[in-house]
Design a protein around this ligand. Structure first.
Ligand SMILES: NC(=O)c1ccc[n+]([C@@H]2O[C@H](COP(=O)([O-])OP(=O)(O)OC[C@H]3O[C@@H](n4cnc5c(N)ncnc54)[C@H](O)[C@@H]3O)[C@@H](O)[C@H]2O)c1
Ligand SMILES: [Zn+2]
Ligand SMILES: [Zn+2]
Length: 343
């Protein structure tokens, strides 16, 4: 069958999709199945994670959101149609999708920093997401994955890619004493990645004992509450909670010459204070880590090694059309990762 023929075979007509409007309303609507261009593929999602970004889109608004929007950016599914120029995947392939659609031509894209693209338009934020029967994506954003790894695990590859970018941003994790503040999806995946990359020790801190227990089950034995850090110092500190108290503690926990990686997303207008004398005197580095950059392919490989531990993060799943209920469950923090299922 020719590629043109495959292009012709794309599903057409109407589909259901979740829709969030700017006034915080959520509904299931009937809309047109996306038409793919020559360089795009059409994916039928099988699993999609919900994260804090979805919460922001729903409750307060999130930078770059193109309302009304279909959410869903942490997903995996089957390719059901490919455009005429697509070579990397074919119909029937199981793929995880890097949601960050970039221009490829701005100075940040050309210098290997696609996460900073000035035309960034993520799937599920700036363009229609996976909480729908079908979603279109540029083919270079679709990565083939062995389906045997599990649908839920495949949908965790996107946050793992963000964790991997954070760990690489620290510029040296091997044999170092690592502290991760926050034992949610990001913190746990950063802790697992740090271990996989040869950290000397990994300590996780979270006030929620349920999260500490999940961390221990996942092999991060030293999981404790923030109050029991007792002024200990660490070579690499990840602030992966996104709350002011965690940032304050991160700044107090950094060893001379160490690295503090800012993963948690604070309010866009939040101001934090730090001691510039300490920064000078102790020569530590304060580094930002924004989304998954160019780490998606590496995360596909890494997930094959850590999927048994990562599976402990997956909690409740809800039918995609119960998106509002899924968000409520996520807010109640009953588990680490809430996901949507499609059948
Ligand atoms: N930089 C990135 O690429 C990136 C990607 C995804 C998410 N994020 C951000 O990272 C942060 C964490 O995301 P998540 O999905 O893991 O969220 P999450 O809500 O699942 O986890 C946050 C955890 O922090 C814990 N926490 C609260 N106060 C704390 C404290 N003082 N010390 C230690 N832990 C504390 C909570 O109990 C919770 O378990 C959020 O701010 C999110 O927006 C960043
Ligand atoms: Zn996310
Ligand atoms: Zn760009």
């Amino acid at each position: 069958m020719s590629l043109d023929k495959l292009f012709d075979s794309a599903p057409e007509g109407k589909m259901n999709a979740v829709r969030i409007t700017q006034d915080h309303k959520i509904s299931v609507i009937e809309t047109t199945i996306p038409k793919i261009s020559a360089g795009e593929v059409l994916v039928k999602p099988v699993c999609c994670g919900i994260c804090g970004t979805d919460l922001h889109i729903l409750r307060h608004g999130f930078v770059g959101t193109n309302y009304p929007v279909t959410p869903g950016h942490e997903f995996a599914g089957h390719v059901v149609a490919v455009g005429s120029e697509v070579r990397n995947v074919k119909e029937g392939d199981f793929v995880a999708v890097d949601p960050n659609v970039v221009c490829g031509t701005c100075r940040w894209c050309r210098s290997g920093r696609p996460n900073l693209c000035i035309h960034l338009s993520p799937i599920g934020v700036g363009r229609p997401g996976a909480a729908a029967e079908y979603v279109a994506t540029p083919s270079q954003n679709a990565f083939k994955v062995n389906e045997a790894i599990g649908h839920g695990i495949a949908a965790l590859i996107e946050p793992l890619a963000c964790a991997l970018h954070a760990v690489e941003s620290s510029q040296g994790i091997k044999d170092r004493r690592v502290l991760v503040l926050g034992s949610g999806t990001m913190g746990l995946l950063i802790a697992l990645t740090s271990k996989a990359f040869g950290a000397g020790s990994v300590t996780l801190s979270d006030p929620a004992t349920a999260k500490q227990n999940i961390a221990r089950q996942a092999g991060i034995e030293d999981a404790r509450g923030p109050e029991s850090l007792n002024g200990e110092l660490f070579d690499v500190v990840f602030e992966a909670a996104g709350v002011p108290a965690a940032l304050r503690q991160a700044l107090q926990s950094i060893e001379k010459t160490g690295a503090l990686v800012q993963v948690g997303v604070h309010d866009a207008d939040a101001i934090a204070s730090f001691n510039p004398f300490k920064l000078y005197e102790q020569e530590f580095r304060f580094i930002g880590s924004n989304s998954c950059a160019d780490k998606f392919a590496a995360a596909v490989d890494l997930m094959a090694d850590i999927h048994d531990k990562a599976s402990l993060l997956i909690g409740e799943s809800f039918p995609v059309w119960s998106f509002a209920e899924a968000v409520q469950s996520m807010e109640a923090a009953k588990s680490v990762k809430t996901q949507l299922r499609f059948s």
